[in-house]
Design a protein around this ligand. Structure first.
Ligand SMILES: NC(=O)c1ccc[n+]([C@@H]2O[C@H](COP(=O)([O-])OP(=O)(O)OC[C@H]3O[C@@H](n4cnc5c(N)ncnc54)[C@H](O)[C@@H]3O)[C@@H](O)[C@H]2O)c1
Ligand SMILES: [Zn+2]
Length: 386
């Protein structure tokens, strides 16, 4: 046998090649936010653009930045192309040395795109897809204030195209942060509903990577520990938002979820949830929480052991019976206060077939799913969640 041309493996195994890219420096812990200013000063980055939502734009002081600091504070949940254009217009005036994403996934994703496109000859449509970005113009720092997306540790940014109602995904190693500063104290102000839905989103990243067709032992470790952290701390943080230990547990779970996204990524759960965001403007975390029990149960026959391990890690009864999985995972989310009915979120029943077609077209995620899922089966999931 020629050792240099190993036979391709039918499924992933310990020997399957994989690459995990993470920010060069990750600062973690309660009270590390002011590291932002110190690090920028040490690196002589004096012209700074902070990309934030309205809530975080009011507390940029927490980062203790010096120099010329401009703030693009208009980021809204589920950012779209016109919002990126507004951010790029400001960046072209400011000409920042350093772009800082300060907020949830929406602000951090937008910061990636602004840092990448502001000085580039490439337009957005040139970089949609995998590894199409040729370079990044400025240094990039990410400071998450939700614990859900893990965007601080990843190479991906998602943006809604209002023309098609699709989520455009840009993935590039050039969008990986130079430094991620993860201060759980910044999440203490999150209301219970956003705590719950973003926490389930972090868990969904871990679960969908763990039960993925492309699951890999290198990532399974982060995935399973991320699910355990959510099982241990999410209900605590929802009940008492000032519980710093619980907040730290969720910040870590979110980071681990971010590690899962690059090399493995999500699968049917996120694909089926996407039309809720693009078509009905339901927040990413809330959409994922609503769909999560349905796809976990649907996939259970294909990955029974891992499904049982997910439930055990969440502190539920360990089972792989699809009916029981649905009941247990549903109860887990509804006990956190998540809205679990599409009908309660102003989604018209007549929209479900179009949503099923849109979700079914998201091949980049559905091709990762451990069980093939047809358009009709997606429609049945929506009906079940209605
Ligand atoms: N890059 C990735 O890999 C990735 C992964 C998952 C999701 N996403 C994207 O991230 C976005 C969702 O991000 P998100 O769930 O973090 O929510 P978000 O960034 O949209 O923020 C949700 C809300 O919480 C508020 N908020 C943020 N921090 C707060 C705090 N500490 N206290 C009080 N309020 C606060 C914001 O102002 C906003 O109103 C979506 O666009 C989604 O597509 C990206
Ligand atoms: Zn997500």
């Amino acid at each position: 046998m020629n050792l240099h041309t190993p036979r391709p493996l039918a499924t992933t195994s310990l020997a399957t090649p994989i690459a995990l890219q993470t920010p060069r420096l990750i600062e973690f812990g309660a009270g590390v936010a002011p590291t932002a200013g110190r690090w920028a000063h040490e690196h002589k980055l004096a012209r700074i653009l902070v990309v934030a939502d309205a809530f975080n734009a009011k507390r940029v002081d927490a980062l203790e930045l010096n120099g010329e600091v401009a703030v693009f504070g208009e980021v809204t949940a589920e950012p779209d192309v016109p919002l990126l254009d507004a951010g790029l217009a400001l960046a072209r005036q400011v000409k920042p040395d350093l772009v800082i994403g300060f907020g949830g996934g929406s602000a951090m994703d937008l910061a990636k795109l602004i840092a990448t496109l502001a000085t580039s000859s490439q337009a957005l449509q040139d970089v949609v897809g995998a590894e199409k970005v040729s370079a990044r113009g400025s240094t990039l720092m990410q400071v998450p204030t939700t614990s859900g997306t893990g965007s601080e540790a990843g190479t991906r940014a998602l943006l809604i195209d209002p023309a098609t109602q699709n989520k455009l995904a840009v993935q590039s190693r050039h969008m990986l942060a130079d430094i991620a500063i993860i201060d759980p104290a910044l999440t203490l102000t999150l209301p219970p509903a956003i705590t719950a839905s973003t926490g389930v989103d972090a868990m969904a990243h871990c679960v969908e990577a763990f039960t993925n067709k492309r699951a890999h032992p290198l990532i399974d470790m982060y995935a399973l520990e991320g699910i355990r952290l959510v099982g241990r701390y999410l209900a605590r943080a929802v009940a008492d938002g000032t519980d710093v230990e619980a907040r730290a547990g969720l910040s870590l779970a979110s980071l681990y979820g971010g590690f899962c996204l690059g090399p493995v990524n999500t699968a049917a759960g996120h694909a089926v949830a996407y039309p809720l965001g693009t078509r009905h403007h339901i927040a990413h975390g809330a959409a994922n929480a609503l769909i999560f029990p349905h796809t976990l149960a649907f996939n259970a026959p294909a990955v029974p052991d891992k499904t049982a391990a997910v439930l055990a890690a969440l502190g539920c009864k360990s089972t792989s019976s699809a009916d029981e999985v649905l009941v247990l995972a549903h109860r887990y989310c509804s006990d956190l206060g998540c809205e679990m009915r599409l009908s309660a979120l102003n989604v018209a029943r007549e929209d479900l077939p179009t949503m099923a077609s849109e979700a079914h077209a998201i091949r980049r995620l559905l091709d990762n799913n451990p069980r093939d899922i047809s358009r009709e089966q997606i429609l049945a999931l929506y009906e079940g969640a209605y």
